[in-house]
Design a protein around this ligand. Structure first.
Ligand SMILES: *Cc1c(COP(=O)(O)O)cnc(C)c1O
Length: 428
C-alpha cells in the first residue's frame, strides 16, 4: 500500500514514511492510494481487534503491518463505550474521553507515539503540534520522556480553558510549550511554515502530530468501525454518527471506516459558529476565514485542514453532499442543550459534545427514528467553567485530570510568526 499526497505532486511513499513526514513535501496531506476493503464477517468487534485489522490492511508490506498486534494493544487500551442515551436506545453516545487527557485526541496521539518511536531512524525526532486545546496535551502525554523525541506545542494565548492550559504546560523534560499571540489558525500556519523549512531538518527529523498526520486518523477510523460493527451485529442496522467537528480529523475517521466496508450510516459534521464547512456544502464555494471564538473552543477553526482529504475523496461538492451533511450551532444553542439534556437524559455534555447533541435534536422527526450515535469528544470536567453553571449536579473530575493540579507549569509566549517559532527551535 502506497501513500499519496492530496495535491498529487509528491512521490508515493510507505505508511511509516508518511507518518514520519507528517505533511507531504507539496504541502498536501497523505492518504492511502485506495482504502482497502476489510472483511468483517469473522472480525471480533472490540477496538483493539478492529484497529489491528485496519492497521494491517492499510500498512500493506510496511513494517508497521507486522507490528500491529503489538502497537494496537499498547496504544489503544482505552475504553470507548457506546452508551444508550434515549430509553429506546435509538440515540447513543460514543464516549471518547476515557484516556489520560480526557479527550478523543488520546487515541491518535498514543498510536502515533507508539508508531513513530518504532519507525524512527537514528536521528532525533522533533514533533511540532498546533493545538486548539486538546491535541497538545494528548501529544505531550503520549511522547513525554520518550527517548529520542522532542515535542514543541503551540497554543493560542488565552483561548484555551484553564484546565487545558494546565495540561499543555505541565510537562517539562522533552516538551516545550509555546503560547502564541494569535489564534489556533495562526498556530497551525506556523507549524506548516516551519515544516516547509528544510534546513530545520539538517540535524533531526521534523514531523507534525496534528491531524494532518495520517497516523492520527487510523485509530480514529478504528473506533467508528468497531462501534458500527458491534451495533450492526446487535440490531442489524447501520449506525449514523454526529461528529463535533473543527479540523475534521475525527470525522474523517468515520468516512475512512465506511470506505473500508464497515457499517457506518450517515455522517453529520456538527460545527459551532465557525461555519466554513456548512457554508461550503450549502453554496459549493470554499471560503476559509478567520476563526471566531466560541464556548466549544477546540472547534474554533476557520480553515479546517482535513477538508483537503474530504475533497480528494469526494471531488465535487455533489459527491461531498452525498457523503456527509453539516450543521452549525450557536453558543446559545450549546448552553441551552447542556442544561436541557442534563435534565432530560441525566447526561452532562462538554460544550463540543453538546454541538452534536443539538444537531441530533434538530434532525427531522422521521430521521430521528434511525439509529444515531453522537460522539462525546471530551469530558465535561475539562470545560467546567462553561458547563458547571449550566447544570445542577457537581461535575466529577476524572483522576487523570485531578493529578494535573499538583504539577508545576511553564511556557514561553511568542509572536504569531514562523520566524519566532524557528528561533525557538534552532536556539535550543
Ligand atoms: C479537537 C476537538 C474537536 C474537533 O475535532 P477535529 O478532528 O479537529 O474535527 C472536537 N471536540 C474536542 C473536545 C476536541 O478536542
Amino acid at each position: 500500500m502506497k501513500y499519496v499526497s492530496t495535491r498529487g505532486a509528491a512521490p508515493a511513499i510507505s505508511l511509516s514514511e508518511a507518518m514520519r513526514q507528517g505533511l507531504a513535501p507539496d504541502g498536501g496531506l497523505y492518504m492511502p492510494e485506495a482504502w482497502p476493503h476489510i472483511e468483517t464477517a469473522t472480525l471480533p468487534a472490540d477496538l483493539v481487534s478492529v484497529a489491528t485489522a485496519i492497521v494491517r490492511a492499510v500498512a500493506g508490506d510496511d513494517p508497521l503491518g507486522g507490528l500491529a498486534t503489538e502497537l494496537c494493544p499498547e496504544a489503544l487500551r482505552i475504553d470507548a463505550p457506546c452508551v444508550a442515551v434515549t430509553d429506546d436506545g435509538r440515540l447513543s453516545v460514543l464516549e471518547l474521553f476515557h484516556g489520560p487527557t480526557a479527550a478523543f485526541k488520546d487515541f491518535g496521539a498514543r498510536f502515533l507515539a507508539a508508531c513513530l518511536t518504532r519507525v524512527s531512524g537514528a536521528r532525533p525526532l522533533e514533533i511540532l503540534v498546533a493545538t486548539s486545546g486538546d491535541t497538545g496535551g494528548a501529544v505531550a502525554a503520549a511522547f513525554h520522556r520518550r527517548a529520542g523525541t522532542h515535542v514543541t506545542l503551540l497554543f493560542p494565548e488565552g483561548r484555551v480553558s484553564p484546565l487545558q492550559e494546565r495540561q499543555l504546560t505541565c510537562w517539562g523534560d522533552n516538551v516545550t510549550s509555546l503560547a502564541v499571540r494569535g489564534s489556533f489558525d495562526d498556530c497551525q500556519r506556523m507549524v506548516k511554515q516551519a515544516l516547509a523549512i528544510t534546513t530545520l531538518g539538517a540535524d533531526r527529523d521534523v514531523s507534525s502530530a496534528n491531524s494532518i498526520n495520517i497516523g492520527r486518523l487510523l485509530p480514529q477510523a478504528a473506533y467508528y468501525a468497531a462501534t458500527a460493527l458491534s451495533a450492526h451485529r446487535q440490531h442489524g442496522e447501520r449506525l449514523s454518527f454526529i461528529v463535533p467537528s473543527g479540523n475534521l480529523g475525527n470525522a474523517f475517521g468515520a468516512i475512512a471506516a465506511r470506505a473500508m466496508g464497515f457499517p457506518v450510516g450517515r455522517v453529520v459534521l456538527a460545527h459551532n459558529a465557525n461555519r466554513t464547512v456548512p457554508d461550503f456544502l450549502a453554496t459549493g464555494e470554499w471560503a476559509p476565514r478567520p476563526s471566531v471564538a466560541t464556548v466549544a473552543t477546540a472547534m474554533d477553526v476557520g480553515n479546517p485542514s482535513n477538508m483537503e482529504r474530504f475533497r480528494a475523496l469526494f471531488p465535487t461538492v455533489g459527491d461531498l453532499r452525498e457523503a456527509v451533511s453539516a450543521v452549525s450551532v450557536s453558543d446559545d444553542d450549546i448552553r441551552r442543550r447542556i442544561t436541557a439534556d442534563a435534565k432530560r437524559f441525566g447526561r452532562v455534555w462538554c460544550p463540543h459534545t453538546a454541538v452534536a447533541a443539538e444537531a441530533w435534536a434538530c434532525l427531522p422527526e422521521a430521521d430521528r427514528r434511525e439509529r444515531w450515535c453522537i460522539v462525546a469528544t471530551a469530558h465535561p470536567a475539562k470545560f467546567a467553567e462553561v458547563v458547571q453553571p449550566l447544570v445542577d449536579e457537581p461535575i466529577a473530575v476524572p483522576a487523570s485530570l485531578a493529578d494535573l493540579y499538583g504539577r508545576p507549569t511553564s511556557f514561553t509566549t511568542i509572536d504569531a510568526t514562523a520566524t519566532a517559532l524557528v528561533d525557538i527551535l534552532t536556539g535550543r
